[in-house]
Design a protein around this ligand. Structure first.
Ligand code: NAP
Ligand code: ZN
Length: 371
């Protein structure tokens, strides 16, 4: 265990007056307009099935920004203070007595979920993300142990049931691995589910954190990969990341060349945009899957779907088993994220850059900067 964490644990227990918890440094938003600033939160002391991670790196997902700014208020209103972060890689510093998968000193990871009911049909199939009672999200979820709300990875440490922690191979760079816990699994899972493969044409819409991982996975699965972007300056990077072609989505003539040609399109755009333009690009029986989560409802013309028996679908992250499969696939195939490492003090500026689509291709917070 690192000295810093153990000292924090002792101090926290004596200071907090809350039995069974310790204090951890964190960054939180106090309201939808406050931005993020330093704070201190309570974490539970590890229970028998828990591990405590000293967080080394945490990726910055656009979902963090949506929730910090309460952009999903009609579906999942944000509870403040909000400590975001669900792309967590850390070092195991404590293990509960019943822990089997981890020992002190191991690398471990936490993604978007820290619990689920465990007994519904979806949980039993390893699809905890579709838990009928709703999964316990890593932040802005219901903390069933301490009460109140869960706090995420913009923090020096986290305690999690080992069933929701992932193992990280020593062959992977931990900083570039962190975004795999959300951007990675959210793109891997639908490409696997819809069996995107050789001799298929895959479209990826939006080159951000999710989009750049979709290019890498689509390429690794053998598909012909086409990126749709609003940013001409990202063309060369897209080709390097795995795209075979790049289309500027605002260029009508370029879009026309691809009408009726795609087996599968993955839409990873964070803001309002015209989804029907992509339905036109699908082949008969093709599928357009939304992973991006703009706050407004999306208008879909029925004609765009019925002519060609097209399918419009969505997909949320991935289950724990599949997340481990994805991490192992990445270790075996040398796949990680392209990241820009930031200090936590740069987080508000990073959010403003995300809104502008100015990310290459995932911000990752070096948590040393919080010490
Ligand atoms: P990101 O890094 O900010 O990337 C989003 C990309 O969308 C931008 O880089 C930009 O790409 C494109 N874009 C932005 N504004 C646009 C506009 N007005 N019109 C067209 N394109 C635009 O975001 P991310 O972290 O990858 O997340 C993407 C979305 O997925 C977010 O809504 C997030 O909440 C959601 N998400 C969903 C799940 C899930 O389980 N389904 C999981 C994680 C995240 P170009 O510059 O190439 O156009
Ligand atoms: Zn995310």
């Amino acid at each position: 265990m690192s000295e810093i964490t153990s000292t924090a644990t002792l101090d926290a227990e004596s200071r907090s007056g809350l039995r069974g918890t310790y204090q951890a440094k964190a960054y939180a938003a106090q309201s939808e307009i406050s931005g993020l600033a330093r704070t201190s939160i309570h974490r539970r002391n590890p229970q028998p099935q828990d591990i405590q991670l000293e967080i080394l790196y945490c990726g910055v997902c656009h979902s963090d920004l949506h929730q910090v700014r309460n952009e999903w208020k009609s579906v999942v209103p944000t509870v403040y203070p909000c400590v975001p972060g669900h792309e967590i890689v850390g070092r195991v510093v404590k293990t509960g007595s019943a822990v089997k998968k981890f020992k002190e000193g191991d690398l471990g990871a936490v993604g978007c979920m820290v619990g689920s009911c465990g007994v519904c049909a979806n949980c039993r199939e390893g699809l905890e993300q579709y838990c009928e009672k709703f999964p316990i999200l890593t932040y802005n979820g219901e903390d069933t142990v301490l009460g109140g709300v869960t706090y995420g990875g913009y923090s020096e440490s986290i305690v999690v049931d080992e069933a929701f922690a992932l193992r990280v191979s020593d062959r992977l760079d931990p900083a570039a691995t962190a975004p795999l816990l959300c951007a990675g699994i959210t793109t891997y899972s639908p490409l696997r589910h819809w069996n995107v493969r050789k001799r298929q044409k895959l479209g990826v819409v939006g080159l951000g954190g999710l989009g750049h991982m979709a290019l890498k996975f689509g390429n690794a699965f053998g598909a012909h990969v086409v990126l749709f972007t609003t940013s001409p300056s990202k063309t060369a990077d897209a080709l390097r990341l795995g795209a075979h072609e790049v289309v500027l989505s605002k260029n009508e003539a370029e879009m026309q060349k691809h009408v009726g040609s795609f087996d599968f399109i993955l839409d990873a755009v964070s803001a309002d945009h015209d989804v029907s333009a992509y339905l036109n690009l699908l082949k008969r029986d093709g599928t357009l899957t939304l992973v991006g989560l703009p706050s407004n409802p999306i208008p879909v013309p029925a004609f765009g779907l019925i002519m060609g028996r097209k399918q419009l679908s969505g997909s949320a992250i991935g289950g724990i088993l599949e997340t481990q499969e994805m991490l192992d696939f990445c270790a075996d195939n040398g796949i990680t994220c392209d990241i820009e490492l930031i200090r936590i003090q740069q987080i508000n500026e990073a959010y403003n850059r995300l809104v502008r689509g100015d990310v290459r291709y995932r911000f990752v917070i070096d948590m040393v900067s919080l010490k």
